[in-house]
Write a protein that binds this ligand. Sequence first.
Ligand SMILES: Cc1ncc(COP(=O)(O)O)c(C=O)c1O
Length: 361
Amino acid sequence: MTKITPQPGIMEIALYVGGAAHVEGVSDVVKLSSNENPFGPSPAAIEAARRATYELHRYPATDHAGLRAAIGEAHGIDPDQVICGVGSDEVLQFVTQSYAGPGDEVIYTEHGFSMYPILAHACGATPVMVAEKDRVVDVDAILAACTDKTRIVFIANPANPTGTMIDLDDCARLADGLPEQALLVLDGAYAEFELGYDGGASLVASRSNVIMTRTFSKIYGLGGLRIGWGYAPRDIIDVLNRVRQPFNLSTVQLAAAEAALRDTAYTEKCRAENARLRSWLIGALEKHGVAADESHTNFILARFADQGEADACDAYLKSQGLIVRKVAGYGLPNCLRITIGDEPSCRRVAHAIGQFKEGGA
Ligand SMILES: Cc1ncc(COP(=O)(O)O)c(C=O)c1O
């Protein structure tokens, strides 16, 4: 038998399953399974990426100064407290790698983003799942689950795949109630979809135990390019930078992200259109007897009678070229997560669910 074995925890990892993109035998497919921006990135970001290709022979900046300055300006935060990563996934990885290891506990919630337990296992820590209350993060349950081994608490706010969120007062209560050795990570991948919400930046500014992460993959439409960032107290940023590879982001990534961030009119147009179509889709599904919680994101979580009905609806949608996301793996077997697409896609998915519910399927 081989003596070459992986580190503790690695073999506990259940591989991340991404949203499907193809249906066998169907050509006119609409992908509503990965919470992507249906309008794509800002034209300014595409142009900046194109221009950056003339510099492909040069190594990129190691300090990401241009992008961090733009983030600082856009969010009114200190660029020295910002770190950039290959998607926010990489920033979340820096956090677990730096602050958790064998014998430590990493808390995430019942329907929380599946990368949290993966990242905990990857560094040999123990993921601890805490129940939610009707698909909403339960601060009291998290505080009750903390022990002297808790090192990190992950919550996505707004959350994926539920679309729900807790208010800043509850986030503050959570941060203030944690044991002194524990960090609160507020994952703000969907923060831009909630008008007026700062993603928890104000809590980072006023506390020593809060980290906020953000992404360019959702409202900025740059999921394919992989750029994210984190905002944390200076001493934590210093730690995270020590595990970051010096050239983790390419010239093209940095240029596109900065241009996307500066095109505020485009981002606002995407946010407003998402909000309009989201309300419309929730209303349309309600008419067909399919409920959904209020969503603060670019997707909705449609609830069916049971897993059998959700699976049958998913199969019918697929047959119509509509790919949505099954979420049984998130403890939501009777639900389907549907990304808010453009108007024709929303109309198409509502129409198909109506046909399915009326037995026309
Ligand atoms: C809650 C949440 N956090 C983080 C991410 C990771 O995003 P990225 O690595 O593309 O920035 C996602 C992606 O779907 C997400 O849903």
